[in-house]
Ligand binder design. Structure first.
Ligand code: SF4
Length: 245
């Protein structure tokens, strides 16, 4: 991607609202080159709703790790019913997953950080990279407010690690903005959010948090905080955390 093209795009989205950013991106690129990466968390549901209004032809894909909570699959069905849309499922490589299960068993992620990262690589990172290699633009729900490492998230970025443009239409949204949108537009959302799960990922690696706990406390809670990433997002060479990744 030429820096001039990226700067032009950045200038076009300057001071624009999230829906307008999506409209601009949908008009600048062929629909087959754009996709929303969704894990069906609150932010992704906002973006799904917006996309249905802006251009319902834009693909929405998800990483089906095989370990997602039933509530996520229920939400997928609910969303399909509401919007009449379908989703693309990126799944782990069957041979790699079978080898992992055969050699280390189904719960190896609990044994060490290295094993946990290996599981995330096979079930999430590789399927994501495979999908991104077919796109020019991916849309995701990163917000500046989500963590200190997110504070410089921009509406449009060049994703160096994956070689494509990353669009963050909700970059300046607060959590309150997200929930106000969900309520006002009657957007379906995961019932786990009402049960104390700010962050939703694989069922076996996610738990509800107590009042006052950090939002990330419910993810891989047996690990030290600094190891808690799964490799899905890299900004300026640093891994950043995505709530629902
Ligand atoms: Fe594996 Fe847990 Fe990562 Fe899911 S979140 S891919 S189960 S280690």
């Amino acid at each position: 991607m030429n820096q001039v093209v990226l700067n032009n795009l950045l200038a076009k989205v300057q001071d624009k609202k999230a829906t307008q950013i999506l409209e601009i991106v949908a008009s600048e690129f062929a629909v087959n080159d754009i996709a929303l990466a969704s894990s069906f968390g609150a932010e992704d549901q906002v973006l799904l709703d917006m996309l249905q209004k802006v251009n319902s032809q834009v693909e929405v894909f998800t990483l089906d790790t095989g370990r997602l909570p039933q509530q996520t699959y229920d939400l997928i069905e609910k969303s399909q019913e509401k919007y009449g849309c379908s989703f693309t499922y990126m799944v782990p490589d069957a041979a790699e997953l079978a080898e992992l299960l055969h050699t280390k068993g189904p719960n190896s992620f609990r044994q060490s950080v290295a094993n946990r990262k290996e599981c995330c690589q096979i079930r999430k990172v590789k399927p994501l990279r495979k999908k991104l290699s077919t796109l020019k633009v991916w849309i995701c729900g990163l917000r500046q407010e989500q963590s200190p490492t997110r504070s410089d998230v921009k509406p449009i970025e060049w994703d160096e690690a994956n070689g494509l443009i990353k669009i963050n239409p909700l970059f300046d949204w607060t959590e309150e903005d997200v929930w106000n949108y969900i309520k006002s537009e009657d957007v379906p959302y995961s019932e786990l959010h009402d049960l104390g799960y700010p962050s939703i990922g694989c069922q076996c690696c996610t738990r509800a948090i107590e009042k006052g706990e950090d939002a990330r406390a419910g993810r891989w809670w047996w690990e030290e905080p600094e190891t808690k990433e799964c490799g899905l997002h890299v900004v300026d060479g640093k891994l950043v955390r995505k709530r629902e990744a």
